[in-house]
Design a protein around this ligand. Structure first.
Ligand SMILES: NC(=O)c1ccc[n+]([C@@H]2O[C@H](COP(=O)([O-])OP(=O)(O)OC[C@H]3O[C@@H](n4cnc5c(N)ncnc54)[C@H](OP(=O)(O)O)[C@@H]3O)[C@@H](O)[C@H]2O)c1
Length: 385
């Protein structure tokens, strides 16, 4: 039997709403997944809920509270399988049964090994009508960072680059403000707000002295949490005068600097005294003087970071791409020509066409006068695939 024949049009409409509710947690739910829940009785919505932040009620709990006594006998449409374990809050399987829910439709299985099918199995065993798989793809897209971290112990990696139509990311002098329009920069704010960490290189810190944070006036939404900042800086050259290591900035977010074992102990001490978290990730081979990027990503996943965004210059971005550590490129392309003396978007020392990286463009969107191209690297078995 196909998925479509199990579910009615009404089922699909209610699941669309559950997924829309889940989206409301996009800037806040991490490290948990975004989840939405709609309770329906006699074809009418009687309760709505979504997961706002870790430690607070899950979507099902919030929807049941919203429905009150009307929850009894209702169908729950949930964008993710209900949890079956007691973490910071109770098991949703218990809450759904206690509220008298009779049918559960979930979009996808929870990839968390503590659940992965057990939530549905428990509810089925308790006599509820349980079905799964309605709009699984849409629900999975919303939680691709959480899914990748659960399945591969790595974060989902996006790499943003602002570039001219002739593929340049800064003038030879280092000047790059501004290649793209205010509309594109506003879109970047949304990408930052939904990321757990922004990863940049020391070259960008030295040239631009950026803040790389989320600003309420640019996001057009309240900022509840700042993504952590990770500076890839092998020899700890980040100036102590840089905005990103100022006391004000460190009061609002975690700042990590990734270096190598040989970095100066005095620099480590000076940065740590500021509150910066300095970590060494050395390569074992001839690249021992630069940061091991795979090890850095594993570390970020261990810190429960689901989705990280690289916002660096061409050197670091080129290395992340060349090593196939990027799941998605977000290329903001401005209708400008910056000329051949300007810096490339991705520094990759290729000589032959056979070395060129093949991309698939999965989405194009006009952003003011610019274009946003979303691309995946073809044939990457390290990326999302
Ligand atoms: N158009 C845009 O979207 C955009 C965005 C950001 C910056 N920019 C521009 O980019 C320019 C700076 O470019 P950049 O290439 O010098 O800066 P970058 O890519 O931000 O930083 C590069 C530095 O990262 C360090 N690094 C450590 N481990 C590495 C590894 N495994 N692989 C690669 N790099 C590693 C290296 O310095 P160590 O060896 O000392 O560690 C390297 O020089 C500026 O002009 C800025 O305006 C443009």
């Amino acid at each position: 039997m196909s998925i479509n024949s199990i579910f009615s049009i009404a089922d699909s409409q209610f699941m669309v709403e559950a997924i829309q509710l889940a989206r409301r947690g996009l800037y806040t739910a991490t490290p948990n997944p975004c989840v939405g829940c709609v309770l329906v009785k006699d074809e009418k919505v009687v309760g709505r809920g979504w997961h706002v932040r870790a430690g607070d009620g899950h979507a099902e709990v919030n929807a049941i509270a919203d429905a009150g006594d009307n929850a009894k006998g209702a169908t729950a449409y949930i964008s993710l399988e209900p949890c079956s374990f007691t973490g910071k809050t109770g098991a949703c399987t218990d809450v759904l049964q206690a509220a008298g829910i009779v049918r559960v439709v979930s979009a996808m299985e929870d990839p968390n090994p503590n659940v992965s099918g057990q939530g549905s199995a428990i509810l089925r065993a308790a006599g509820l009508d349980v079905s799964e798989g309605l709009m699984a793809e849409q629900a999975a897209t919303l939680n691709r960072g959480f899914i990748k971290r659960m399945q591969k112990q790595l974060p989902f990696v996006s790499c943003k680059m602002a570039m001219s139509l002739d593929g340049r990311s800064a003038m030879a002098s280092g000047e790059s403000q501004w290649i793209t329009s205010p509309s594109a920069r506003q879109q970047v704010q949304q990408l930052r707000a939904s990321s757990c960490a922004i990863v940049t290189g020391v070259g960008t810190i030295i040239h631009d002295d950026p803040s790389l944070n989320v600003r309420e006036q640019d996001l057009s939404a309240p900022v509840e949490r700042q993504p952590a900042l990770v500076i890839v800086d092998s020899q700890l050259k980040t100036p102590l005068s840089a905005k990103v290591v100022s006391t004000e900035m460190l009061a609002t977010r975690d700042v990590y600097i990734a270096c190598v074992n040989a970095a100066s102990a005095d620099r480590v001490q000076a940065l740590e005294a500021r509150g910066v978290k300095v970590m060494a990730f050395s390569n074992a081979d001839e690249n021992a003087s630069i940061v091991n990027l795979s090890a850095l990503l594993s570390f970020l996943a261990e810190r429960e970071m689901n989705h990280v965004m690289i916002e660096s210059g061409p050197t670091l971005a080129g290395q992340f791409v060349q090593q196939c550590l990027v799941d998605e490129l977000k290329l903001f392309v401005a209708p400008k020509l910056m000329g051949g003396n300007a810096m490339p978007a991705f520094s990759m020392p290729f000589e032959n066409m056979s070395e060129a990286m093949n991309l698939t463009i999965t989405d194009t969107m006009a952003v003011g006068p610019d274009w946003l191209l979303t691309c995946h690297i073809k044939n990457s078995d390290k990326g999302l695939g």
